[in-house]
Design a protein around this ligand. Sequence first.
Ligand code: ADP
Ligand code: MG
Ligand code: MG
Length: 893
Amino acid sequence: MKLVRQFGGGAAEGRASDKALLGGKGANLAEMASLGLPVPPGFTITTEVCRHVMAHGAGKYPDGLDGEVADALKQVEALTKATFGDPGHPLLVSVRSGAPASMPGMMDTILNLGLNDDTVAGLAQRSGNPRFAWDCYRRFVAMYGEVVMGVVAPSEHEELAFDRILDDVKRKHRANRDQDLGEAALREAVALFKAEIKRATGTAFPDDVRAQLWGAIGAVFASWNNPRADYYRKLHGISAAMGTAVNVQAMVFGNLGDDCATGVAFTRNPATGTAELYGEFLTNAQGEDVVAGVRTPEQIAALAAKLPEAHAELVRVAKLLEDHFRDMQDLEFTVQAGQLFMLQTRTGKRTGKAMVKIAVDMVAEGKLTPRDAVLRIDPAKLDEVLHPTIDPKARPPAIAKGLPASPGAAIGRVVFTATAAAEWAQRGESVVLVRTDTSPEDIHGMKAASGILTSRGGMTSHAAVVARGMGKCCVTSCTSLRVDAAKRTAAFVGGGQERKIKEGDTLTLDGSTGEVFLGSAPLVPAQLGSELGTLMEWVDSFRRLKVRTNADTPSDARTARSFGAEGIGLCRTEHMFFQPERILAVREMILAGDEAGRRAALAKILPMQRTDFAELFRVMDGLPVTIRLLDPPLHEFLPHGTAEIEEVAAALGKPAQAIAAKVAELTEANPMLGHRGCRLAITFPEIYEIQTRAIGEAAAEVSAAGVAVHPEIMIPLVMVPEELRRLRALVARTFEAAVGSAQIAYTIGTMIELPRACVVADQIAAHADFFSFGTNDLTQTTYGLSRDDAGRFLSAYVEGGVLPSDPFSVLDPEGVGALIELAVRGGRGVVPGLKVGICGEHGGDPSSVGFCHRAGLDYVSCSPFRVPIARVAAARAALIEQGKDQNPVETKK
Ligand code: ADP
Ligand code: MG
Ligand code: MG
């Protein structure tokens, strides 16, 4: 197979669909070249070569690669009429990484390769611009020194040697900005850079252009396994096996003068989704200058005034590419002497809000069908849209304002390094990472932070792009902010004033307006826009799986209904017990020596539970409400520690000793497998009896007021059919007595949480009207893994690849899932059409929802804020099952 694929001159040996082989960048460069767009010619060394290097070691290339690269280079020379290494008319190239999955800024790119002391003279002469030639040279030597030769910053607080040297040169030559440096200063910088390379690495900078090229190719392949690429892959679940491609491409120059520019643009606004060409550029600049936040760039609209022809061409190309790929594109371009060149296009990352708006707008524009639009939605990303924002009615005055780079609100304590962010977050602190700008090394800290604030960089800076990808609030270009990371302080300056902040202070960020507030500002729930409503109508028309909510309080139930919940799938009655005025009665019940004592205490609880249930029934207004009878072990309700025991003793008029004795008596070695669930009611039936009475009386009361009521009474942790047979009889008898003459349609079912229950589900179904899989406990008991203790080592399993993911977050389809399927088959074999759902945390996880759809469940139940996510996930599962879209994320031609 060919190891090198050519592109340029209106043709290409690859297509957009060749991403696995050519990487995303290479495949789309090929596609753009075939579309006749202005792409500098070049070639792509395939990911196959990277895999070969990974298997055989650095520098060990497959046979024939040398020759293929040499041939490809000749073609680029022919197309550009320049020659690699020729002092008269040198060809310069960029060497760019490009993996199959987008990993922005995670790997290394080298520009202006092919320069040495001879070719720089040639470049100076041909361009008639020696300053430009030396600007390219100093950039190249610094990039090569860093990326290929491994000159690194001494520490997180210190600058890279090249940056420090350049600052010194600027100071010496009284240049404020990079572009104020003249030829002489740049020559000096190059000499100093080379000396630094020699000093730091012991090796001289290579003058031979072919050695430069192979050095760069090797470095790009090696960068596939650098720590930040590794971290990024873990974060996004990208496989390390596929490897990266290397793109070698003729340079075009945005730094030739003021009729030149470099920039990035989105075909729609990536933060809001508004249909406008959105982006930033810098005149007389090159490559990463825009992204690196070295200078604060200008808005794309300003390009129309400065370079009107290039702007018009960019508008045309942007529309063409968006229509071609039928999705919002993220473009990288350079303008050389007024002429536009395209250097990259890819599907643009966007916020949850923009994702929804773009999908719905593109349907309105006739570019997508509602089906396509739903398949475009990343359900997990909807989370952001549902997040709280700063209360508009109680907005404090802002201390500073930057660019609204990624929406949402963040409140947290200030830290100045990624390492500090990770450490503080580990301790459970919410932190705001405050930096001059961020770089790929900061990614672990950005992940740990609740929000990110930078003083430099624009809407497309590293901080902005990464934060949007993570769905994290971010404010960039906060120009009044001065950060001194080494001293762990910063200041907001302006209007002759200075407001200092230090590590540990609290800040609030509004990523939707760019405002920064001192202290913590009040938050309110998200406002759902009309686009989300439209999308959800389509979603509901496609899905089969119903979505309920886990709600213990009327207010949770109300939130969930506003998010479209179709019932309550789990109401945990014990949560009602913890309120201060109730817990005392519960403790009295536990401490009672006999049944009479327990009944007396339960009689106090009865009216309170009745009120709770009545309110829930009213809120749910005819929708099913699944109520789980008491589940946790009783000692969870008892006081701990002497002080608390004495307090309770005083309140109950009992000796503290007696209470301490009861606490000791109820202590369990392994409470997860102890006296809990329906085992409580096998020993103390009066507990379930009183709870059932409360449900029945509440149902009768609400139904008498004209509200339809559908209680579903659920008995937890059944291990043998006999438990359910007995308790069902108790519950049915009690319920019917409680409702009296009222006609209430109710059901009695069980939670399936133990592997044994799955295996004997056919026998259990004989006593059940429904099954609800409690996937948290079922995962614990299937794996024999305690959720409370697994935290200490489970992350090592996931990071080390022993487990593909945390089974408490993502339902394990092979083990737990197989048990669920077994139980569904068993149950429905006895009771055809048995209603089956899940109520563990997995009900809000998109991939787990997909599993539930395929397993033929009737519903999933999840926390209120995840209801819309589950609805979308259910619709996508249904659409994917219909099979027409094998690969929904890929763009179709
Ligand atoms: P990343 O994957 O980090 O975006 P790229 O390979 O896209 O890295 O390179 C970063 C930037 O370098 C590009 O956006 C572009 O501005 C510049 N660049 C890369 N190749 C060339 C080239 N052949 N001519 C001019 N600029 C280039
Ligand atoms: Mg880069
Ligand atoms: Mg790029």
